[in-house]
Design a protein around this ligand. Sequence first.
Ligand SMILES: NC(=O)c1ccc[n+]([C@@H]2O[C@H](COP(=O)([O-])OP(=O)(O)OC[C@H]3O[C@@H](n4cnc5c(N)ncnc54)[C@H](OP(=O)(O)O)[C@@H]3O)[C@@H](O)[C@H]2O)c1
Length: 296
Amino acid sequence: MKLFILGASGLLGRELTKKASLLHDVFSTYNNNNINLEIPNNSKIKFCFPDDLENLEKILVTERPNIVINLIGKSNLDYCEQNKDTVFKLNVILTEKISNICKKINSKMIHISTDLVFDGKDGNYKENDKTNPINYYGYTKQISEKKVLCNSSNIVIRTSLVYDLELKSSFPKFIFEKLCNGESINAFDDVFTTPILVDELSEFILRIINSNESGIFHISGNECISRFDFAKLFAKKLGFDEKLIVPCPAKSIEQKISRPKNSCLNNNKIKDTLEIKFTSIEENLDKLSKNYFRDK
Ligand SMILES: NC(=O)c1ccc[n+]([C@@H]2O[C@H](COP(=O)([O-])OP(=O)(O)OC[C@H]3O[C@@H](n4cnc5c(N)ncnc54)[C@H](OP(=O)(O)O)[C@@H]3O)[C@@H](O)[C@H]2O)c1
């Protein structure tokens, strides 16, 4: 199959492109961070929105990929709140434009969304539960989902906190840097999410590509865990002093951004559809710890 991965230089993009290139012909885009994947079957294209949109459309029309996967977006909550215009253009307008091009060339589109489309009052969210974002990032992703689902063969994948084994993802990287400096970390014990390892997320995205599925899927980890428990487990597995992780309620820190308290996703639909199992956070952090001590 011919795949076109937009945003291949990001956290998810790198892993997905690496795995996809072993199975498919892949075109991948980067913006500021040139990807150096050194793998076959992967053509790289510099794409900066909005400047290069016309050129991208020409390439898509010429190449007519079977699947276009959109990973481009701004997801830093502070940035999104402070740069609404830029974020709306990237998260919504670009998504809509890609969706329209895909319709024209008859390519299926896969778009990545977030657990933050929910307000976090209930948790255990299923695909058809009512969305009600409480911050600007979630709001832009909610609209982007609608733009993509206008075409009934497209797929929206909602995921939660994505982490990796090389400490590139933001939350584990933040914890790690603090712990290395012997600094304590205040971690919310009343903010819950369903973290997923980037390898698993990428693998399951590729599995769904090979199916005839469409619509919304939640691809997130199995465990609904507080940020505090995740950070504590992380410290324990890497041999740091767990006492450096200090529990605190979200309201104890003055926050300019509203965060859902419990945005945990229910992943039963993807498990049943693909007949897959997820690895536990504990097992993944064991692997992370092995990587860390091997490289030392
Ligand atoms: N990471 C998470 O925990 C998480 C959780 C839920 C949902 N998601 C969603 O998953 C998707 C991928 O997330 P991620 O963490 O992999 O994102 P990321 O690491 O921030 O990567 C974003 C990608 O977008 C590209 N990009 C940014 N601005 C651009 C522009 N103006 N024109 C063209 N490309 C641009 C970046 O290119 P350069 O780096 O080359 O500049 C990069 O390839 C996003 O839609 C995000 O909302 C992520």
